[in-house]
Structure formats: structure tokens, C-alpha cells
Design a protein around this ligand. Structure first.
Ligand SMILES: [Zn+2]
Length: 123
């Protein structure tokens, strides 16, 4: 689990955008909280390792966001990339989006995936 200092540290966004920004046409924007940073890094590394050389130029991630308490990644890749994205989305449903600890989907109206400690966390 992330410490309070790590939760506040947004450096992971620039770090991932720098490494994998080419997948987003030069930049990637992460419209989700930092608790999912490891899921995201893992996903981007797997995509990087999976893409064939001839597909790199045309591959594009158009959006990365949280929706209905889970990660959503919109891309134009094929079935192989879909499987990686599905696995990351499934992982996000059991990972607190604040601290990376074990979480569950909770809330009424506005739902999010949180551990017991961050249930009402508002940043
Ligand atoms: Zn938490």
C-alpha cells in the first residue's frame, strides 16, 4: 500500500507519460487516481512488449479514465491488446484507487473502488 506521502506524489503521471506517451500520440493523460498507478504501468509495459514492430506506428490509446469504479482504456489495438486491457480493468475492481491496497466497489450514486481506510477519501 502507498504511504500518505506517496498518495500525494503525482510524479508517476509524468514518469509514465514520458515512457509511454508515444502510445497516446505524444502524451498520455491518466484520468484516475494514483492507487491504480501500478496497474497502469504494468498494462503499458505489457502492451509495449506485445505490440509487433509493424503495429507500433498505428497503435493509439485515445483515453485512460476511471468510469463506474473501474479503469477504462480506449485503444485501437487488436484482440491481444484487448485481453491485456481486460485484465487491468478486472484488477482495478479489487484495488483501492487511492492507496493500491485491496479494495472493493462501494458507494451509492458515485461509486468507487476503495479499501476500508479510504472509503470516504476526497483528496
Ligand atoms: Zn486505500
Amino acid at each position: 500500500m502507498l504511504t500518505d506521502d506517496e498518495i500525494k506524489d503525482d510524479g508517476w503521471r509524468d514518469e509514465l507519460a514520458e515512457r509511454f506517451g508515444w502510445m497516446g500520440g505524444g502524451y498520455l493523460s491518466f484520468e484516475h487516481l494514483g492507487g491504480w498507478r501500478f496497474i497502469m504501468r504494468d498494462l503499458l509495459e505489457r502492451i509495449d512488449a506485445t505490440l509487433r514492430d509493424e503495429d507500433r506506428g498505428s497503435f493509439c490509446i485515445s483515453q485512460i479514465k476511471e468510469k463506474w469504479a473501474e479503469l477504462r482504456v480506449a485503444h485501437n489495438g487488436g484482440a491481444g491488446i484487448d485481453r491485456l486491457v481486460d485484465a487491468a480493468e478486472a484488477a482495478s475492481r479489487i484495488t483501492c484507487d487511492v492507496c493500491s491496497g485491496r479494495g472493493r466497489v462501494q458507494g451509492t450514486g458515485w461509486i468507487s473502488t476503495r479499501c476500508a481506510v479510504h472509503e470516504d477519501w476526497r483528496g
